[in-house]
Design a protein around this ligand. Structure first.
Ligand code: FHN
Length: 481
């Protein structure tokens, strides 16, 4: 019987640097900072117990669905016969498409294949507990019935339906939570909303049409804040999350404070760290990467695409494998975070089959092994995720984090879960287990046959079967006291 040995040092690891991928840098958020909050956010005044109560469903959830869907799904990455580089939902910016031409897409938008029922059912079958959908992305097109601005799916398209309302109804029926992404700062079709006017960008064209001229505060007061009020009032118990994005220096503390005053009227709401104006929000939002050891002391959610775009692009077929997606989820859970995994429906409202297939496979694993993910706490070990290189540097010149892909661990009050990627086979040695182990079995074993183990001061040895119960991750449960 092959013996392999995992020596674990309980490590207190401090995260000092996080590398961002280049795409996120180019099209990512530029967060203005200031500690001078003109309005105290509810988070600043609530007690730790109140905060725990507010965040409890979100911390249990661990897995959510991001949906990027809008007019950009019509060109789907191609404008005037030419493929436009970059992520699909940025086509208007990347292609410097005139405002009038882009707005004209609305008259063609008739996604009659959209089914809120099927999308919510897909999220459920994937084991996702919440959905966050783009109510308005940077193109300024509202995917909901808005009286505040006519450039919306009900007033400006032949579809005339409100998918946000339909999703809210389905989420209510199927027991999934619903949150709204809202691009509060960038709005390329509203005068004053074409962001980066104040600099701090590295894209070639950001203000490409005189129709974008205008005052940012006026845009905020006449469009963004009124639409946020609509979103916060018209959908019953939803949204549970408001997901802001790409704040620029235009979002001053005073302007952001006006939004915070509105958010404070909804004391159960969770909102992220991308409002701007120096507000931290509730959650850190690493994008397209998993931080080396999470964010100790902060709630966090890694958002990621399945291919290389958020909004649908007809020719992006660079899908990650189910193995990668699932191991990402496990890695994130082991560091105490949530995984917000994106789908990009097409212009008819259909979810690409490659995305459906992968989500269903992740769901199959979770139906057997979900106990090791939902409501769990981070690893009690720490260095199994990898280590900072002593020689290699990342793009910021900081020591590069080299992930290890053998196993991860999550915990609950009475269990330690070991999600084993390569194997298991034979004897498993785990050093420095801080709790007394009272039993061991594999989660995918319907009989939960007790596994033989011995625990000493040197760690624990467990006799595992020689074959993996799951090709992606086999979960060993150690019951503890
Ligand atoms: O610019 C957006 C991008 O289109 C996408 O919505 C992502 C999702 O997190 N956020 C911004 C980039 O950081």
């Amino acid at each position: 019987m092959k013996t392999y040995r995992i020596v674990i040092a309980v490590a207190v690891l401090t995260l000092t640097s996080i590398a961002r991928p280049s795409l996120a840098q180019l099209e990512g958020s530029h967060i203005a900072t200031s500690s001078d909050h003109p309005v105290a956010a509810i988070q600043d005044t609530e007690t730790a117990a109140q905060r725990d109560a507010r965040m409890s469903w979100w911390r249990e959830a661990r897995f959510g669905m991001f949906i990027h869907w809008g007019l950009y799904s019509i060109p789907a990455g191609t404008w005037n016969g030419k493929q436009v580089s970059g992520i699909g939902e940025w086509i208007m910016n990347r292609g410097s498409i005139p405002v009038a031409d882009y707005k004209a897409l609305a008259s063609q938008f008739n996604p009659t294949a959209f089914s809120a029922h099927d999308i919510v059912a897909l999220a459920k079958s994937a084991g996702m507990k919440y959905i966050v959908i783009t109510a308005k992305h940077h193109d300024g097109f509202a995917m909901f019935d808005s009286k505040a601005d006519p450039f919306n799916i009900v007033a400006a398209t032949p579809f005339h339906r409100d998918p946000i309302r339909e999703l809210a109804e389905e989420c209510r029926k199927q027991g999934v939570k619903l949150g709204f992404y809202y691009s509060q700062d960038q709005d390329w079709t509203a005068p004053g909303g074409a962001a980066f006017k104040t600099g701090n960008h590295d894209l070639p064209t950001h203000h490409w049409d005189p129709a974008q001229d205008g005052d940012f505060a006026a845009y905020l007061h006449t469009k963004a804040i009124p639409q946020l009020k609509e979103l916060l009032s018209n959908y019953g118990e939803f949204p549970v999350v408001i997901w802001f994005d790409t704040p620029t220096a235009d979002m001053t503390p005073a302007l952001a404070g006006e939004i915070v005053a509105l958010l404070n009227q909804h004391p159960n709401l969770i909102w992220n760290n991308r409002l701007g104006g120096g507000y931290q929000g509730d959650t850190e939002t690493p994008e397209q990467f998993i931080p080396a050891q999470g964010y100790p002391g902060r709630d966090w959610e890694a958002c990621m695409t399945m291919n290389d775009t958020w909004g649908y692009k007809s020719y992006d077929t660079n899908f990650k494998s189910t193995e990668t997606l699932l191991r990402n989820l496990i890695d994130i859970a082991s560091k105490g975070g949530n995984y917000l995994l994106n789908i990009g429906p097409d212009s008819m409202g259909r979810v690409p089959p490659a995305e459906i297939e992968r989500l269903q496979q992740v769901g199959q694993w979770l139906r057997v092994n979900g106990e090791a993910i939902y409501g769990t706490h981070p690893t009690q070990f720490g260095d199994e995720a990898g280590a900072f290189s002593t020689t290699e540097k990342d793009k910021q010149g900081k020591p590069k984090f080299i992930p290890a892909w053998n196993w991860r661990s999550t915990t609950t009050a009475d269990s330690i879960y070991m999600e084993i990627f390569n194997g298991p086979s034979g004897n498993l040695h785990i050093g420095k287990v801080s709790r007394t182990v009272t039993g061991a079995y594999l989660l995918a074993d319907p009989a939960r046959k007790p596994l033989k183990f011995t625990q000493t001061a040197d760690g624990i040895d467990i006799a595992l079967p020689t074959h993996a119960l799951d090709p992606i991750a086999t979960v060993l449960v150690l019951k503890t006291k």
